[in-house]
Design a protein. Structure first.
Length: 176
């Protein structure tokens, strides 16, 4: 049964397209001279890993999606292996896949590698973090403490801005 805003690829497709556009605009603005030319301000750093542009998209309901980028400025690879937040009893890394024309999200307990000189991107429609079981959704414009755990560099806690949900019907993350 399809809900409002669903399309043939599943309930997350429309929401993910809107967030993809917003993310693309943010990335392009950083590439235009005079518009973030020095790069985004680091939100946190642990070892040679620099976290930039974190955002927590809080749809109505008990789940929220986490997006960000991690730059590895060192000579050794690492792996994002987990996340946690005081507001959520459950948190995990996920990836979105299109199977049989339908977008589905699957947990990624193996985490996500970030090689030397590479950038790991957690984005709508791809790799992302999920905070689940949130009893009181945070308000847009506030920040939420999120701890990222890396295999080698260890853990780092950052304040993540809460941004508005971009689609109708809760974004398809209910029960996720």
């Amino acid at each position: 049964m399809r809900g409002v805003g669903d399309d043939e690829r599943g309930p997350c497709a429309r929401w993910a397209r809107r967030l993809d556009f917003a993310f693309a605009v943010a990335l392009l603005s950083a590439a235009i001279p005079g518009c973030g030319a020095s790069g985004p301000e680091p939100a946190a750093q642990v070892g040679d890993l620099i976290v930039v542009e974190p955002a927590l998209v809080a749809p109505p309901g008990g789940s929220a999606a986490l997006y960000l980028r991690v730059r590895n400025e060192g000579g050794e690879g690492d792996r994002l292996i987990g996340l946690s937040a005081p507001i959520a009893p459950h948190a995990s890394l996920h990836r979105t896949r299109v199977e049989a024309g339908r977008a589905t999200m699957k947990a990624a307990p193996e985490g996500f590698p970030v090689g030397p000189g590479e950038v790991l991107q957690l984005t709508p429609g791809g790799r992302h973090g999920m905070l689940m079981g949130i009893a009181s959704p945070p308000e847009v414009g506030t920040t939420v403490a999120v701890t990222l755990s890396f295999e080698k560099a260890g853990a780092v806690t950052l304040q993540v801005p809460v941004i508005a949900h971009a689609g109708p019907g809760g974004g398809g993350h209910e029960g996720h």
